[in-house]
Design a binder for this molecule. Structure first.
Ligand code: C5P
Length: 398
């Protein structure tokens, strides 16, 4: 993944046990192509040494306000100049208090005050320290000042207590940093998606389903969230984790999916049918397990409702987007679907390129024609689809 190529991120590490997770965060950022400058407080360096961060980032580590390495001697100014973001992980209660009050008594606090780039903090502290009114006041102040507060999570703490105050895991912080750096053309918009397969029961243990993994739907949910939208996913049976901040409704069959979509629909601006909805269901599911016999078994199937076509046909229809996964003649089928379901946009792909895998190659079909997108990981493809949708909805925002 190279989501952060060409970007420079300053990671500030203050004095908490969770500093060990900062080492992993630096590794993830570097792997994603970012140049990472680590600034350690004196307390931070009691937990993880500068040598570790230097080795992981491949760059010098900064600890001293009086560091003479920059030509002008002003590390506190130079470090955040041109940086895409500054991330404090872990952020102790003490450091949060400094940020909230504009104190600048060491290099990291001073560079935070002197920065022009976005600031994100990942608090890490004991439960009582987190819940205490001064910390809550300081956190509210940081939010009001436009600082991104990542977590904290709830769970087991180094002090042996349980509760809110654990720092998010490195991978979660990484995901939040990537999200924070995305453009927000859909801020204030509400998006509803379907994702995954459906499962149509034949009897209590068997059913008709398909090999959709839900990856594309959840990648799109994340891309919409990162673009600033308020996102709800109605998901068929899939193990995919829910992106932070995305609402999820789990369903099993196409009929359940239709009911959940219609319930969540009021107020939505965009509806995207990514789910591979079964076209047919057993006309009647057997109450007991079907027993085998030597005679051939005939299944009676009933057609499922087309959720997307139904939503798109409503007088109050949101902006509707369909997916067309085809095994051949992609352009003809996808454009045919766009017209028959009366959709402004269809995302087409050949099943061999997308279904169930990590990557996808898609072509967008709209009233202006066919637009092939660069093939890539499903999240990268999802971001391109979202920016095309944002441009169609409001050309001025992109
Ligand atoms: O007609 P086809 O099933 O190929 O269309 C695929 C598109 O329609 C996808 O966007 C899918 O989510 C949606 N669909 C639906 N309900 C169905 C069948 C498909 O919403 N019963």
């Amino acid at each position: 993944m190279t989501e952060l190529s060409g970007k420079r991120i300053v990671v500030g590490v203050t004095g908490g046990v969770a500093a060990y997770k900062a080492a992993e965060l630096v590794r993830l950022l570097v792997k994603a192509g970012a140049a990472v400058d680590v600034a350690l407080t004196a307390a931070g360096s009691r937990f993880v040494g500068a040598a570790t961060f230097q080795a992981l980032s491949g760059r010098p580590v900064w600890t001293d306000l009086w560091d003479a390495r920059p030509d002008n001697g002003m590390a506190h100014i130079e470090l955040t100049r041109g940086a895409a973001a500054c991330v404090i992980a872990p952020a102790t209660a003490d450091f949060i208090a400094k940020l909230a009050h504009g104190l600048a008594d060491d290099l990291l606090a001073t560079l935070c005050l002197a920065r022009a780039c976005p600031l994100l903090v990942a608090p890490a502290m004991n439960r009582q320290m987190w819940e205490n009114p001064p910390t809550q006041r300081n956190i509210a102040q940081l939010r009001a000042d436009g600082v991104g507060v990542l977590g904290p999570a709830s769970g087991e703490q180094a002090c042996g207590e349980e509760g809110l105050g654990r720092m998010l895991e490195a991978a979660e912080i990484f995901e939040e940093i990537v999200a924070a750096l995305q453009p927000k053309p859909l801020a204030g918009r509400r998006v509803l998606l379907t994702a995954g397969p459906t499962f149509e029961a034949l009897d209590p243990v068997r059913g008709i389903t398909n090999s959709s993994s839900g990856r594309m739907g959840f990648a799109l949910a994340r891309a919409f969230r990162d673009a600033g939208a308020d996102v709800t996913v109605v998901a068929g049976p899939t193990e995919m984790p829910t992106p932070r901040g995305v609402a999820r409704v789990d369903v099993v069959s196409a009929l359940d999916m239709r009911a959940a979509v219609l319930q969540a629909l009021p107020g939505q601006h965009i509806f995207v049918g990514v789910a591979a909805v079964a076209d047919y269901r057993p006309a009647a599911a057997a109450a007991d397990k079907i027993k085998k016999s030597a005679a051939p078994l005939t299944l009676q199937l009933a057609a499922n409702p087309d959720i997307l076509a139904e939503v798109a046909a409503r007088p109050d229809a949101p902006f509707c987007v369909g997916f067309a996964a085809e095994s051949r003649d992609l352009a003809a089928y996808a454009e045919g679907k766009r017209q028959s379901k009366k959709l402004p946009l269809v995302v087409g792909n050949l099943v061999a390129d997308g279904l169930g895998g990590e990557t996808n190659a898609v072509t967008l079909f709209d009233a202006k024609g066919a637009h092939p997108l660069p093939p890539g990981e499903k999240l990268a493809v999802a971001r391109d689809i979202v920016s095309h949708i944002a441009a169609m909805i409001d050309p001025c925002t992109v």
